[in-house]
Design a protein around this ligand. Structure first.
Ligand SMILES: [Zn+2]
Length: 175
């Protein structure tokens, strides 16, 4: 694997307890493994290998810290498109069809906030039909009341739209 292709690749870092912590650039993940601070849990599915001066190492996809680190609790998970689509499982909040966009339940034009509680995944058809109206004006109902997600794995999901399939068991996401 050429060092030039390292740039965009991310590696899932797990705590010693297998809790997901963050997605690291490959370069930093390799340094942790080389220093003995982390072990490779899953290597690259294609079996790619890194060759440094004196060692060769399988390209990691998931690594785990050898020593437990305490993580400060942060209450608010940032709202992102990727995170919202994961929360709603790519299903339209109104008809249950495949979602392609994000809808503000109370439209922004009517002072609806851009929040987890007011944003839902939505199909293009429902989004177009709803336009700037309130649910009460349409006689529509939400299939599920939108809430803000909690838990450490959400910090990862909101930043990694299409996570490596090898990460899924650690993120609590159905494969
Ligand atoms: Zn729909």
């Amino acid at each position: 694997m050429a060092p030039t292709s390292w740039g965009r690749r991310r590696v899932l870092l797990l705590n010693a307890t297998y809790e997901p912590l963050t997605a690291l650039p490959l370069r930093r993940a390799v340094v942790l493994v080389m220093c003995g601070k982390a072990d490779v849990v899953h290597g690259d599915p294609a079996g790619l290998t890194l060759h440094a001066a004196t060692v060769s190492l399988p390209v990691p996809s998931v690594i785990r810290l050898s020593t437990y680190v305490r993580v400060p609790y942060r209450a608010q998970v940032p709202l992102t498109r990727a995170g919202l689509m994961h929360r709603d499982r790519y299903r339209c909040a109104y008809c249950g069809g495949r979602a392609d966009t994000i809808d503000h339940v109370i439209p922004r034009s009517r002072s609806g906030p851009h929040s987890w509680q007011n944003c839902v995944a939505c199909c293009a058809k429902c989004n177009h039909r709803k336009a700037d109206r309130l649910l009460s004006e349409l006689g529509w109902h939400l299939r599920v009341v939108p809430t803000a997600p909690h838990g450490p794995h959400w910090r990862l999901l909101v930043h990694s739209g299409e996570a490596d399939p090898l990460w899924r068991p650690y993120l609590g996401v159905a494969a």
